[in-house]
Design a protein around this ligand. Structure first.
Ligand SMILES: *[C@@H]1O[C@H](CO)[C@@H](O)[C@H](O)[C@H]1NC(C)=O
Ligand SMILES: *[C@@H]1O[C@H](CO)[C@@H](O)[C@H](O)[C@H]1NC(C)=O
Ligand SMILES: *[C@@H]1O[C@H](CO)[C@@H](O)[C@H](O)[C@H]1NC(C)=O
Length: 807
């Protein structure tokens, strides 16, 4: 090869390397050096804002700073030289321009301070829905890194000191990350497939450049640090490091990119020492200690920089003793040598013994022709949030740990809670104790993870209430067991005056316990109705597994004396429909409020569809099944008709007799009797137009072409006349952009064929966008909005559940 062709080849390789996207501009990029009087420019070219520059993000009632001139372990420029100290709970709030994956990075160094001893400071840090640190203290410099998926346009970082202590932070980062850094699914260990992996929050536990030098933020486009791996090797003598120049690596056209891991990770590896001569019965082993009560996402990076030809290297990969990949042949997977490849695993907490993650690679002994060898280039271990939405401890971010028993604690906490709100807090506590883990834990039954939680963390319930019980044989814990007498007392012996709703299988009563402090919705089944029994059982089984802020919570049940009674949280503001239209309807809700309600309901449905392995189809989405609590927070209710989704991937629907409510029925489901999540999406589209137009899904009193709202709305939209059908009460208050986005989303839901409809996640995103588009305009008319809101809250009347449905 002549020098010119070599040059051309190099140029070509270079161009190729550039073409695989190695740059990334974060949409959100908040870098703050807390307590620092000046901005700080790091050697990786990132500038951290000074404390004064970032004061608009901080909401606190105090101004305590600490600083030192220099630190032996952190020469300047350093983020560790200054800190902010919080005596009271304080928050940083950030606007998120692009929802999705975000890094949260926290830098701690306990600096000296005349009043506070930071080495013993104990505190918690949480986001809006994830606990990052709980009862944390830092005796030395500590760096914490998280990857969280935000769906909202806001992100709050809350620092909460423990009693008689303070919280502190030296620097923090909230930065957009590429959404494909976390996979949708991964191989589960010990077995199976883990889905909806991207629904979790993650804490980076380990990130290792195996066989290579440490990689610092300046060598990684995403500002990550990759540590060296030597200290984690079980038998370092059995390994030999190998490296090639960075430009020998060619990223594939699909799959790994320099953002997945930078060149230095793939250009270095550990392989077996003297692979040809030593006993091939041997594994390279890395051992990393972890908290065994969590599951972990493990990403292994490979790049065959040792083979001379294709198909020479076959090896096995083990995670905690289980086979993760057998006879891995990188050259076949990547169609060449020196091409990066990575593989994701979800290690279930149940498979973690000895408190460690063990990664092993060893030669595939059954492939005789190959040279026995095995390699590994990089390891990432990320802790996955648990069922309470926590990455540290068992408590959720709503501060519910402070609850030991109902009202007393509410007083201690000193929150100005109404009685109902306090009760809801208690219910929330029950809820997070029993929130389901998501799909990847399919192998574990629901009760197997539930029971230990109950025995330890939910014990405040047993001290408060009489008994815990489970319905015989079901193995599913249904929450608190109520005696029939208790419920009789709560409802004044099922007094007709306490009836707040009538549904498919019986009446719903408003009940009061704890001397009126706690309100409950008590659904009493009619034992003579067999349909009732089925729906009762469906609802028990589904609801007991589902816990979500936007799903009505089951609190308990009573099955004494062949009664079938379900006890739910009480939703003070009743069905959404009553706030839209109908006889005696309540004052009209402002547009922003309507959007928030739709977003809440969409969240609930999205969770139903994706929150469990199988996914659950509600089947009866309508405005009477969307209930509002005392803060007008929307929750989806009535799972009597719900069905578990298709059991396997290749099966895309569930065949079933058509049930549901007219006016909301998916036409495709009606024709083909095949139920998919998209049927719920259709019904939700009808709900969206009901909310916009404040009229019923079916109104026979209207002229013929207007009777069916879905048809009518589609027709008007096609003619570009949507504005004409908007509820006159709010017509002038909606921005054009918000209306357009909303109608576009609603209209897509009503597509004739399910495949053309968006997923609930897409709908959710579009609604949030519509809310943002309304945002700016709202501030102009904020005054008017507020009056509407408060007027409505005053006028809210106790009402509940399940209006008569047109099933
Ligand atoms: C690779 O191995 C050599 C010799 O065993 C050692 O000196 C060197 O530090 C190693 N490099 C890395 C990056 O671990
Ligand atoms: C990191 O980048 C610097 C210059 O940008 C370079 O000198 C250094 O070798 C790089 N380190 C690694 C591990 O690639
Ligand atoms: C490698 O590790 C796996 C999992 O721990 C084990 O089953 C296997 O026997 C090991 N192989 C050798 C050759 O020791």
């Amino acid at each position: 090869m002549g020098p010119i062709s070599l040059l051309l080849l190099l140029l070509f390789i270079n161009a190729d390397a550039k073409s695989s996207s190695s740059s990334f501009t974060p949409a959100d990029n908040y870098l703050i050096n807390c307590g620092s009087p000046d901005p700080t420019l790091l050697d990786d070219a990132r500038t951290f804002k000074s404390d004064p520059q970032s004061s608009s993000y901080l909401s606190t009632d105090e101004d305590i700073l600490a600083s030192v001139a220099s630190l032996p372990d952190a020469p300047p420029p350093s983020l560790f030289l200054t800190a902010r100290i919080f005596h009271h709970t304080s928050m940083y709030r950030f606007l998120i321009t692009k929802p999705g994956l975000h890094w949260i990075r926290l830098h701690f160094h306990p600096l000296p301070h005349p009043t506070y001893n930071l080495t013993s400071a104990t505190f918690s840090v949480s986001t809006d829905d994830t606990v990052l640190l709980h009862g944390f203290s830092a005796a030395t410099a500590v760096f914490k890194e998280y990857l969280i998926n935000t769906t909202s346009d806001k992100l709050t970082l809350k620092f909460s000191p423990m009693r008689n202590s303070v919280a502190f932070v030296n620097a923090l980062e909230v930065v957009s990350a590429p959404d494909d850094l976390v996979p949708d699914s991964a191989s589960a260990v010990p077995a199976g497939e883990a889905s909806v992996v991207n629904k979790y929050a993650f804490e980076v536990s380990y990130r290792l450049n195996v066989g290579g030098p440490a990689v610092t933020p300046r060598n990684d486009t995403l500002s990550r640090t990759w540590r060296t791996s030597g200290e984690f090797m079980a038998f370092p003598d059995g390994a030999r490091n190998v490296s090639v120049p960075n430009d020998a690596i060619t990223y594939p056209s699909g799959g790994a990119t320099p953002l997945t891991a930078p060149y230095p990770v793939y250009a270095t590896a550990d392989q077996m020492a003297d692979s040809a001569t030593s006993d091939p019965n041997f594994n390279l082993t890395w051992i990393m200690s972890v908290d065994p009560s969590f599951s972990y996402l493990i990403r292994l990076h490979f790049c065959d920089i040792v083979s001379k030809g294709l198909n020479e290297l076959y090896f096995n990969v083990y995670i905690n003793g289980a086979t993760g990949a057998a006879n891995l042949d990188l050259s076949t997977l990547t169609n060449g040598l020196a091409i990066p490849y990575y593989k994701d695993f979800v290690l279930n907490a149940s498979a973690i013994t000895n408190g460690s993650v063990v990664v092993q690679v060893g030669p595939a002994s059954n492939v005789v022709s190959a040279l026995p060898n095995a390699i590994l280039n990089g390891i990432e271990v990320m802790k996955m949030s648990n069922s309470a939405g926590s990455l540290d401890g068992l408590f959720s971010s709503d501060g519910a740990k402070k609850i030991n028993s109902g009202m007393r604690v509410a007083a201690v906490v000193g929150l100005a809670l109404s009685a109902t709100a306090a009760a809801l807090l208690l219910f929330a506590a029950v809820r997070w104790c029993r929130r389901p883990k998501l799909g990847y834990e399919k192998q574990k039954t629901f009760s197997s993870w539930l029971l230990p939680l109950n025995s330890s963390q939910c014990s405040f319930m047993s001290s408060k209430s009489k008994t815990f019980s489970t319905i015989a044989n079901s193995g599913v814990n249904l929450g608190r067991f109520f005696t029939l007498n208790e419920l009789k007392e709560a409802t004044k012996n099922f007094d007709e005056k306490s009836v707040v709703g009538v549904g498919g299988f019986g009446k719903v009563y408003l009940g009061e316990i704890d001397g009126g402090a706690t309100k409950l919705a008590i659904k009493r089944g009619n034992p003579s109705s067999s349909q009732g029994i089925n729906e009762f059982q469906t609802e028990i089984h589904l609801l007991s597994k589902l816990r979500h802020r936007h799903l009505v919570s089951l609190i308990g049940y009573c099955d004494e004396q062949s009664e079938m009674i379900l006890v739910y949280e009480y939703m003070a503001n009743g069905p959404l429909r009553d706030h839209l239209y109908g006889s005696g309807h309540l004052p009209p809700l402002p547009w922003r409020r309507r959007l928030e309600i739709c977003i809440g309901a969409a969240r609930g449905l999205h969770y139903l569809h994706t929150g469990s392995t199988q996914g659950i189809i509600h089947r009866d989405v309508k405005t009477t099944n969307i209930l509002l609590d005392e803060n007008l927070l929307a929750k989806v209710s009535d799972f009597g008709l719900s069905k578990a989704g298709p059991a396997s991937v290749d099966q895309t629907h569930v065949s079933t007799a058509v049930k549901g409510s007219f006016g909301y029925l998916d036409p495709e489901y009606f024709r083909r009797q095949q139920l998919t999540e998209k049927s719920d999406v259709y019904s939700f589209g009808v709900v969206l137009f009901e909310v916009l137009c404040a009229r019923a899904a079916l109104d026979p009193a209207l002229p013929r072409e207007q009777v069916n709202l879905a048809e009518w709305a589609k027709q008007r939209h096609a003619k570009g006349e949507t504005e004409g059908i908007v509820d006159p009460a709010i017509a002038g208050t909606i921005t054009r952009e918000s209306l357009e986005k909303y109608v576009e989303a609603a209209e897509k839901c009503l597509a004739e064929y399910g495949v053309d409809r968006p997923s609930m996640g897409d709908v959710l995103w579009n609604l949030e966008y519509a809310l943002q588009l309304q945002g700016a305009e709202d501030s102009k008319i904020h005054g008017a909005d507020m009056t509407d809101d408060s007027g409505l809250l005053v006028a809210s009347s106790p009402m509940f559940l399940e209006g008569l449905s047109a099933r």
